[in-house]
Design a binder for this molecule. Structure first.
Ligand SMILES: [Zn+2]
Length: 161
């Protein structure tokens, strides 16, 4: 059973997200092909916003999209950013992270993400190319852990490992 992550970001972003389009579901490589065809060449080099919905399908949205908009405000099994690349005439996932401060998915969300890509027939790396840890401090601030530095970015308190 995969962990479900509810949205934990600012309420004003969640409310604004309800006005924005949801991400496009990727149920096959053809879905990804169609979606990529509608993107500008420059946009295809940038990372995209993705979520894995609780039904286990990947949804993609343009980079500037909030994860909560991509997910239609719902819970997710995973969220982050990914970069596409062309390999042997097909699109594949070249880079993928769990960077989403709206959902703060644990690195273990990889299992659900790998399953979503495999079931759609989209080639992928064996693991996150970059995995982040997220920690909430007693002061209320959220810190994205980088370089193994478990210190609150707002108040410099030590965060649990
Ligand atoms: Zn703090």
């Amino acid at each position: 059973m995969s962990t479900r992550y509810p949205y934990v970001g600012p309420e004003r972003i969640r409310v604004a997200a309800l006005e924005q389009p949801e991400g496009t579901p990727m149920r096959s490589h053809d879905d990804l092909e169609r979606w990529a065809r509608d993107r500008a060449t420059g946009e295809l080099r940038a990372p995209f916003t993705y979520v894995v919905e609780v039904e286990g399908w990947l949804r993609l949205a343009p980079r500037e999209s909030e994860h909560v908009a991509c997910a239609g405000g719902r819970e997710v099994l995973g969220a982050g950013e990914l970069v596409l690349a062309r390999d042997g005439g097909r699109w594949c996932v070249a880079e993928i992270t769990n960077q989403s401060t709206g959902y703060c998915p644990d690195p273990t969300s990889w299992t659900a993400i790998a399953a979503a890509l495999d079931r759609a027939g989209i080639a992928r790396p064996p693991r996150f190319t970059v995995a982040f840890a997220f920690r909430w401090c007693a002061c209320g601030a959220l810190t994205v852990i980088k370089d193994d530095d478990y210190t609150c970015a707002a108040c410099a308190a030590a965060l649990h490992r």
